[in-house]
Structures are given as C-alpha cells and as structure tokens.
Design a protein around this ligand. Structure first.
Ligand SMILES: [Zn+2]
Length: 80
C-alpha cells in the first residue's frame, strides 16, 4: 500500500489517556484521534507502547520553555 500525506502528516495517534507512535498503533477505534505534525503539546508525547518520544509535534510556549529547561539541565550534567 502506498500513500502520501504532504499537508497533514500524521505523527502519532491518541486513545483516551494514551499516545501511540505510528509503528505501534494497532488500528483505529471510534475513540482514536490522529496527531498531526504541527499540533501543539505541552510536552512531547511519549508512545505508551515503545516509550519513544515523538518530537515531530510542536510545543506550546509553556512546553517549549519546559523543554529548554530540560535541555539546559542535561547540558549542565554533561559539563559536570
Ligand atoms: Zn511506539
């Protein structure tokens, strides 16, 4: 099967209280929601199945600031 989605790239799927990356997504239910590249989150969603962080979405300003703080902390640890 071949299909292309240029404008609405789906980067993940949601079920109530859960997020799945496209690799782990088993199939839609009536409660499935699609997550598109560019959708805004307060933090990067993490796949409930494989634990992979989906960084293809956009972050809200609040989420972006939290992510910067997280990265700053990581840098500080590496610098020792
Ligand atoms: Zn996954």
């Amino acid at each position: 099967m071949t299909y292309t989605m240029k404008t609405y790239l789906i980067v993940g799927y949601t079920e109530p209280g859960a997020f799945y990356c496209p690799d782990c997504f088993a199939g839609p239910t009536k409660e499935t929601g699609a997550v598109f590249a560019g959708d805004e989150f307060d933090s990067y969603p993490v796949c409930d199945c494989c634990g992979e962080r989906c960084e293809d979405v956009a972050l809200t300003l609040e989420g972006w600031e939290a992510e910067q703080r997280r990265l700053d902390n990581e840098d500080a640890e590496y610098e020792g």
